[in-house]
Design a binder for this molecule. Sequence first.
Ligand code: TTJ
Length: 649
Amino acid sequence: MAEKRYSAADIRVLEGLEPVRVRPGMYVGGTNARALHHLLWEVVDNAVDEALAGRCSTIRVELTDDEVVTVTDDGRGIPVDVHPEQKVSALELVFTKLHAGGKFGDGGYKVSGGLHGVGASVTNALSDWLEVEVRRDKRLWTQRYRRGVPDGPVQDVRALEKGEGTGTRVRFTPDRTIFDKNAHFSPTTVQQRLREKSFLVRGLTFELVGPDGVEHVYRSEEGLADYVRELNESRDPAHPTVVSVSGESGGIPIEIALQWTNAAEDRVYGFCNVVNTVDGGAHVSGLRRALTRVLNQAAHDAGRLKKDKGESLDAKDVADGLTGAVSVMLEDPQFEGQTKGRLNNQEAQTAVAAFAGQALADWLADKAHADDAKRILDRVLLARDVRLAKAKISKKLRNAATSIMSDSNLPGKLADTIDNPAIPAAERELFIVEGDSAGGSAKQARDNATQAILPIRGKILNVLGAKNGKAFDNAEVDSILVALGGRKDVIGSALVATLEEDQLRYGKVVITADADADGAHIANLLLTLFHELFPALLQGGRVFIARPPLFRVALKDGALYVHTEDELKAALKAHKRTGDHVTRFKGLGEMNAEHLRETVFDPATRRLLQVSMEDAAEAANTVELVMGSNPAPRRAWLEESAGDAEVLV
Ligand code: TTJ
C-alpha cells in the first residue's frame, strides 16, 4: 500500500465511495444474500434503462462462477469521453460517483436510481474487483477497479472487429470481507427476477447462464398479459381472455392486465419503472378505484344491480379472485415505507384511475369481449352475493345463538350413531355403503354407538368437470356433505359448500363397496369426490376403504375370510378344506350381519385401507381415464394399491 501514490482524483473517489464500504446497510440493506443480489440488480437495472431507451435488445447474465458475475448488453455502450466539469470520463463517473446513474441519459425513465437504485458505483464499491468493457465508437474500451478505486484511466484497447457491435459488459466479484460467508448468488432468485422484468419490457430478451452452464431465455411479446396468464396457469379462470390495456394518461405510460379466477385470492401486482412495488401504492389504488367504478356502471347498465335500490359492488367484490398487474413509468418515482415498497406519487393514482376507467369500460363494451364481460360480471356479482349471505348468516348466528345446521336437516337415509354426548365426534365413523340392501345388513352389523351408515344408491356422480357448487346439486354428493356436518348455502345463482374441521360429525369415513369391479368403480368415484371436494379429510388421514372378503372358508374352529381366488386356493390347501367349506359372497348384501361385523365393522378383526392424498389423486385420474370404458383397469387400481397400504384400524 505504501508504494501506491494516490492522485487527486483517486482521493476524491475514495471519499465518494467510502461511506458505502463503511455502511453497506445504508446502500444495499445489509450484508446477507439479499444485499449481495443488490450488486447484481444495480448493474442489470442500468442495462434495462438502455433497453427502455429503445437501444438494447438483449441482456445476458452469467453466473457460471460462484464468485464472478457477468452482465452484458448490446446497447450503445456507456460514453467514454471526458466529462467537461468533472474532468474524468463519463464511464468512470458511472462507477465511482454515487447516484451518477441517470446523469448521462437523454431523459426518459430510469430503473437505476429507482426503488433500490443506488447506482452501479455501489456495486463497484462493494466488489473486490470490477471490470467494465465498452464497445463504442468502433473501439473497445476498458477500466478496472479494486474496491471501487480505478486501477488507472479508461484504456483504449483496440479497434472493434467487423460485426462485434456495440454494448457494455460488466464483470465483478463481491468483496468477501464485506458480505456474510454464507451469502451466495442464487440462480433461482436471479431467474425469477429476470423473468419478471421480461414481462415488463416487451421484446427485451434476457439470457441467463446458470452455474450448470444451462442457458435460460426470458422474453415476452405480450407483456403483463403474458404475466397474468402465467400466474393463473395453476388456477381456474372465470373467463377465457386476459383483459389487457395499455396507453398513457397525464404523460404517464400505463399497462394493465387482469383475469378473474374462481379462487378467492386477490392478487394485484404493482410495478413502477420495471420494479415490483411489493406494498402497492398509488398505481394499485388507482386501478382498484377504477375497477369498482367501471364494474358498478356495467352491472347497473346490464340491469343486474338496481341503482335506485342502492345495490352496488364494493372494492372487495371486484377484487375477489382477481389476478392483475399494473405497471407505470414515472420520471421521478417516490417510494415509501420500511422497505420502500410502496409507490407514493399521487399523480400516478389519478392517471391510472382515469386511464383504467376509460380503457376498461371500452374493453368490456367491445363486442369481441361480450362473453368475457358477462363472465366477469357473473364473477363479481357472485362475490357480492356471497359477501351479503355471509353477513346475514353471521348476524343470524349472533342473534339466535343457534347452529343453522340442525339435526333435522340430516339426510333421511342416514342411520346415525345414537345421540350420546359422552362419545366425541372423533370416535365416530361414517360408513358410506353401496346400495340400500347392503345398507340394511350393515345397520344390523354396526355398533350404533360409534358407527353410522349412509347408503348410497347406484353410481355416484362423477364430480370431475362439475365445477364448484354444481356437484352439490347431486343428491348423493349433497347427503355426504350434510352427513359429515358440512353446510350448503344457496347464494345467488351458486351453491357454496363449507365443511369445517370443528364441525365434522365423524372422525373417520369408510367407503364400503362390493369386492367386485363395479364396487371398485364406485369406490373410485367416491375417492374422486373426496379428492375434489373434501381434500382436507384425505390430508387428515380420515378416509378409508373397507375390504369386504370374496370368500369365507369354514374351518374346524372358526372361519377364514379371503379376498382373491389365489388366496382361496392357498387357504384350502393349507387348511385341508374343500369347496364344500367355502361360501362365496356376491356382494355386501349377501353377507349376514355376523360376517359383515367381523370383516367390515369390528375394529378387532376388520381390514381397512387408509387412503392417502396420492391414492385419491390416482383414483381421480383413473376415473378420468376409464370413465365409461372397460371396468378391468379400475379393478386393477384397487387391487394394486391394496398391497402396501393395508392397515388394521
Ligand atoms: C447513456 O446515454 C448515451 C448512450 O449510452 C447510455 C448508457 O449509459 N447506456 C448504457 C449503460 N448501456 N448499458 C449500460 C450499462 C450496462 C451495464 C451492464 C452496467 C452498467 C453500469 C451500465
